[in-house]
Design a protein around this ligand. Sequence first.
Ligand SMILES: CCCCCCCCCCCCCCCCCC(=O)SCCNC(=O)CCNC(=O)[C@H](O)C(C)(C)COP(=O)(O)OP(=O)(O)OC[C@H]1O[C@@H](n2cnc3c(N)ncnc32)[C@H](O)[C@@H]1OP(=O)(O)O
Ligand SMILES: NC(=O)C1=CN([C@@H]2O[C@H](COP(=O)(O)OP(=O)(O)OC[C@H]3O[C@@H](n4cnc5c(N)ncnc54)[C@H](OP(=O)(O)O)[C@@H]3O)[C@@H](O)[C@H]2O)C=CC1
Length: 606
Amino acid sequence: MRLTQPLPSFLASSLAHEQPQCLLRGTSPVASGMNFFLELWKTKGRIMSMIAAYYKNKSILITGATGFMGKVLMEKLLRTSPDLKVIYILMRPKAGQTLPQRMLQILSSKLFEKVKEVCPNMHEKIRPIYADLGQSDLAISKEDMQELLSCTNIIFHCAATVRFDEPLRHAVQLNVTATQQLLLMASQMPKLEVFVHISTAFSNCNLKHIDEVIYPCQVEPKKIIDSMQWLDDAIVDEITPKLIGDRPNTYTYTKALGEVVVQQESENLNIAIIRPSIVGATWQEPFPVSPAPGPQAGLHVDLLLAQTSSCPSSFSSHEMLDKGVLLAGVSLGWVDNLNGPSGLIIAAGKGLLRSVKAAPMAVADLIPVDTVVNLTLAVGWYTAVHRPQSTLIYHCTSGNLNPCNWGKMGLQIMASFEKIPYEKPFRRPNADFTTNTFTNQYWKAVSHWAPAIMYDLYLQLTGRKPRFTKLMNRLSKTLSMLEYFVNHSWEWSTSNTDMLMLELSPEDQRVFNFDIRQLNWLDYIENYVLGIKKYLLKEDMSGIPKARQQLKKLRNIHYFFNTALFLITWRLLIARSQMARNVWLFIVSFCYKFLSYFRASSTLKA
Ligand SMILES: CCCCCCCCCCCCCCCCCC(=O)SCCNC(=O)CCNC(=O)[C@H](O)C(C)(C)COP(=O)(O)OP(=O)(O)OC[C@H]1O[C@@H](n2cnc3c(N)ncnc32)[C@H](O)[C@@H]1OP(=O)(O)O
Ligand SMILES: NC(=O)C1=CN([C@@H]2O[C@H](COP(=O)(O)OP(=O)(O)OC[C@H]3O[C@@H](n4cnc5c(N)ncnc54)[C@H](OP(=O)(O)O)[C@@H]3O)[C@@H](O)[C@H]2O)C=CC1
């Protein structure tokens, strides 16, 4: 029997690369010819995820698996492909914890709860390997290196320093030299099928329109790496501004250098690069997804809170939240560090952050971490199976498909605090974006520094340790580092990402969804604010009514304080200025006349 219609590309590619025994196992003995293909297509398209199937029996090496994105990547891999062979994690001990202790802590966190159901032996699938990307040879032992070289099929390189103020030498070591070392390792791996490098959409933030190509750097990365060997710290610090040029920090600069290094090695390897924009909390996974998108916006949190407050008090806070979440189908935004917007959302929610210099109309290019991970896994599959002739770069951004600007996002964040207030706020949350530098400086002085200094004075007078000016210093530093990203807009082309979406089977489009057009910003921001409360601040959901009361109290204090301030200023003005006295007399006599007229007219009517 001949096929009259071409097979969809996802089926064709699957047939071309499928192991023969898998094909035989997956089809009935009577299936032959067209029936055979149709049967397979039905099975493949409707039930099986080809991406998940690809990772079956694979040995996968992940760097940065202890980081924000790495954890979500590991979770999704284990949950969707529990039959994978092994995940090698290149990691270092930290905070007094050994590698197994660190790994155990990560695997027993809430993020991995769903994995336990589908992959009860997940601990056996993970193989932590000591490595320090800060050292020139990555400090991997000979035996470990031997195993990695002979067994690895896939590499996901997520590790990096994401600090904006990293000294250039360290940033080059982690984001460029370590990448080069890893590529060198990759070139010696006979079983390697694909190397996926995670970069950032901001690696070329000195440009306004960014295509899915690698832009050359003024100085060759190899020269920069070499010079770091012999230049002393003082000279490196001196040349840093000249090298980074019109980029805002060493992070974006070294991520760009890292891409060039990847490109230079791409001739012998099957490589892909992912460029996510600002990575935020999870959107759909691994926690339950809301069944009611679109017009129901905002309903989820209301439902959750209603259920939370009506739950019997015998439930623990987490039980209450979890029951509420599960009943309402709310998806909580999981997040575990203060990077990107998360730290500033906390500062705004606690009433510390009141003014940010930003362009309200600039695009807030936030992308949920689960979307980035889904694209990463899809890219891994596509690159391994299709082996594109050149290195493809995938932009993982939201601005061109589902734009939201900072002004709108700020309003949504502030509205979310009304529903989900954070505990023990310093002041009532009332943050705003300002475009004008002078206005911003004024609000910083009046709303950031003055209350912090006053409060610290009060703490000192009552025999306690002052801490708010220190906190303000840290906040100012963070703001100065992040302000560049809220004052500019970029356009990223997404042709490769769009192409990949079309290559996926319907089942893969569902399981590895990276279609950002489906995201409802209002729901996402609310769930983000809620996720921060639960996972970062570790606050009790049952305390929400009390936190609301506290906000009311702070609002009243604010009104009282403002009224008192106005009256005192006015009283002082009247005492010193004849003009102020005249104005005051005019207002009083006007009010008196108005009241007399009002009284007279109402007596006449009666
Ligand atoms: C209308 C209202 C609106 C409000 C929301 C507004 C939203 C605007 C969002 C703009 C986001 C723009 C992000 C752009 C991201 C680019 C994407 C990427 O590729 S790159 C990926 C993204 N990369 C990044 O985002 C990196 C940005 N971060 C950095 O570069 C550095 O952390 C630093 C320079 C900000 C501070 O350095 P340093 O002073 O040396 O401080 P350490 O680090 O040593 O930490 C000391 C303490 O501070 C704590 N803490 C840390 N961060 C924050 C924070 N953001 N916040 C608060 N706290 C923070 C930390 O936990 C620690 O506490 P403890 O343990 O002592 O108790
Ligand atoms: N978060 C974001 O907004 C964005 C991130 N990206 C990119 O995504 C990737 C992951 O970022 P994200 O998860 O947010 O970052 P994190 O800071 O959360 O994680 C960084 C990871 O790198 C590891 N790492 C750092 N230094 C070393 C070292 N010397 N030796 C071994 N491992 C090291 C960290 O290990 P340890 O836990 O031991 O510190 C951690 O696992 C990065 O490449 C980043 O550039 C791109 C765009 C936006």
